[in-house]
Design a protein around this ligand. Structure first.
Ligand SMILES: *Cc1c(COP(=O)(O)O)cnc(C)c1O
Length: 386
């Protein structure tokens, strides 16, 4: 069967490929430790599950949900943004519920980008920004995130012709995969750049709650003038261990939110209301739980850092998210290194090239694994013979 031309541009999703390699290794009898995908290993907190069980019994929630999310959910998001970031949002016009933030991130490109338009996307990056651009027929223009620049894009080197034809500039802090955290000055610089050039600026803030060493992640919407031009994507997946539930939200500029709603209304029919009701509970009463999770990731980060130092491998201690971004220690590309590691030790890491050209030469370790398993992975790696 011939596929649509737009699909020709889309490589297989990175983690689908990794899953296949894992399956093959397991068939060969290899005991796999997966440090590849960033999927929290611990369960959703009981108080959220309990609310879901109760909500499931309410027949009112069994019908089609409201397209944009129920007003109670959107109000809970606004309350959360007020409390957490001191940002005021109008639940009616500046908040929309998403079927996980990945869905909204993909659809904003469909709402704003025409064939031939550019989008400015980070490299390395969560692959969706680039793939969604390609699916719309737009052209992703990678902004290299370099260690020397603190993994922030250098906006001054983007060619004027590209800027002129760009519709969206997308960033992601706290950053997957590098662990970099943006401060408000950096967001201000991007908002000013976007405003000057009439480009919508988006931040993917899925990891806002996971920062370490006294760093707190701001919201892009705290920058002055952000509401004129900015959208922020957020998710319950990472903060409350809810990746399987599929609920997130977009907030910010009302025009951009309204175009995203229009796109979505033609494609999906909203988030199961019972899930929204459980999510409200998480947003309202989840601060203590998030604090505990942050402690757990900090402990694992420190363990991984100590192990990597022992190996003498080149990396930077991440200030945010739950990944460590490490230089490939051998003279080979990142995919070959990941394959080698899997074959010799059963340890899965995510090859940096899956995150963009600038990711080549690196790999990503995820801290979403039990302490013992994390230590065992390093134990196996220490005994590897090349
Ligand atoms: C995990 C992750 C998300 C969250 O995706 P959901 O669809 O909300 O589960 C978004 N952005 C990045 C960078 C992520 O790593």
């Amino acid at each position: 069967m011939k596929q649509a031309r737009r699909l020709d541009n889309a490589p297989p999703y990175l983690f689908v490929e990794i899953e296949e390699n894992i399956k093959k290794a397991q068939e060969k009898g290899i005991d796999v430790i997966n440090l590849g995908i960033g999927d929290p290993d611990l369960p959703t907190p009981d108080f959220v599950v309990d609310k879901m069980v109760e909500a499931l019994r309410n027949p009112q929630y069994h019908c089609y949900p409201e397209y944009d999310g129920c007003i109670e959910f959107r109000a809970a998001v606004a309350d959360y943004y007020k409390r957490r970031f001191h940002v005021t949002l109008d639940p009616e016009t500046e908040v929309v519920a998403l079927l996980g933030s990945k869905e909204g991130i993909a659809h904003i490109f469909f709402a704003l980008v025409n064939e031939g338009d550019f989008t400015l996307v980070p490299d390395p990056q969560y692959p969706v920004y680039q793939l969604a651009t390609s699916l719309t027929g737009g052209v992703p223009y990678p902004m290299p995130l370099r260690k020397a620049n603190g993994y922030f894009p250098d906006l001054s080197v983007i060619p004027g012709e590209v800027v002129k034809r760009s519709k969206i500039i997308f960033v992601n802090y706290p950053n997957n995969p590098t662990g970099a955290v943006a401060d408000l000055d950096m967001y201000q610089e991007i908002v000013d750049f976007a405003a000057k050039n009439d480009i919508v600026v988006c931040n993917d803030n899925a990891y806002s709650e996971f920062t370490y060493d006294g760093v707190t992640a701001p919201s892009l919407l705290q920058a002055e003038g952000a509401k004129e031009i900015a959208v922020e994507f957020h998710s319950l997946s990472k903060s409350y261990n809810m990746t399987g539930w599929r609920i997130g939200y977009a907030v910010g500029n009302r025009e951009a939110i309204s175009k995203l709603k229009k796109m979505k209304n033609n494609i999906d029919s909203g988030v199961f209301t019972a899930i929204q009701v459980a999510a409200i509970e998480a947003l309202k009463n989840g601060d203590g739980f998030v604090r505990e999770m942050r402690e757990i990731y900090l402990r694992r980060r420190n363990m991984a850092v100590a192990q990597l130092q022992k190996l003498g491998w080149d990396f930077e201690t991440p200030k945010g998210a739950f990944y460590v971004w490490v230089k490939v220690p051998l003279d080979m590309d990142s995919k070959s290194f990941s394959r080698l590691l899997l074959d010799k030790t059963g340890v899965v890491v995510a090859p940096g090239s899956g995150y963009g050209e600038c990711g080549e030469g690196y790999f990503r370790i995820s801290l979403t694994i039990k302490d013992e398993k994390l230590l065992e992975a390093f134990e196996r790696i220490r005994h590897i013979r090349y």
